[in-house]
Design a protein around this ligand. Sequence first.
Ligand SMILES: Cc1cc2nc3c(=O)[nH]c(=O)nc-3n(C[C@H](O)[C@H](O)[C@H](O)COP(=O)(O)O)c2cc1C
Length: 316
Amino acid sequence: MNKVTKLFGIDYPIIQGGMVWVSGAKLAAAVSKSGGLGIIGAGSMAPELLSRHITKAQTLTSKPIGVNIPLLYEKAQEQVDTALSLGIKIFFTSAGSPKKFTNYLKGHGATVVHVVSTPEQAIACENAGVDAVVAEGFEAGGHNGRDEITTMSLIPQVRKCIKIPLIAAGGISSGQSIAAALSLGADAVQMGTRFLMTRESSAHQNFKQLLLRSTSTSTMTYMKATVPVRLFRNKFSSEISQIEESFHGEALKTQLHEHLGKYRARLGMLEGDLDNGELEVGQTISMIKNIPSVEELFVELLHDYKEAYNLLPRSL
Ligand SMILES: Cc1cc2nc3c(=O)[nH]c(=O)nc-3n(C[C@H](O)[C@H](O)[C@H](O)COP(=O)(O)O)c2cc1C
């Protein structure tokens, strides 16, 4: 048992990151059943839908389940209250200030984890009273930190400046990379892209099949002028690049907002429109060449972790 497995009451220090359009009840319950921590991604759910996913997950497993609340959406308060009313005790908040809900959630007896991309933000989390921090490097799928700090550089820096448990994220998708993250000082890992590529994720089949053909240059970070996000390169991302080359300042922000619109991520990731949709995925996708069940994935991760650990030379 380590600090993180104890904090959540789980078997392995492996957390499935909350993912818009991808991590509903089925994925979260499968991860928790396998001994990790499954998280429902509330960002793409109206409170009624979130309520249905939480209730379904609770019928699928009695193990702990968390909810991820990105703070940049208007419905965050309603999502928090919905999850609390259904007995959720683990909250991962992101994309906003850790001060926003930490006291409120802790007042309701919940465990609070906040996602950061710099050591300074991690210190702010500790000061705000969160129970643990996810430090997410620039390799990660989805929204990225502005400062472009990679996991390899970020984790040891964060480890040095906080005492609370540290969960590493960004570019971790194998037993080998779990071993690397733990050796850098993390207590646990959070993986998104790897869990997107499982049978239980709700990512569209077209999207999963496209991702099997990824190469090392398939992803890029876009929209740095508004909210930086790592995407699979497609027609939509080329259009975004063209806008980024043609406009500056406020005009660029306006054009990006207009072109993104409201439902690009749903169109790409849930509905499978590979040209016009926004396809969020991390750099590590080029290493992923199968779509296992979550149970099979855990067997693979644990096996590869052990192998990586045993292969390390005892001295240099
Ligand atoms: C499709 C997708 C959607 C994501 N949505 C969210 C989200 O709603 N909230 C959040 O905090 N992080 C989100 N993330 C980030 C993940 O929770 C996780 O931290 C990240 O994927 C880790 O990096 P990796 O993709 O290299 O494993 C998303 C990632 C992906 C790939």
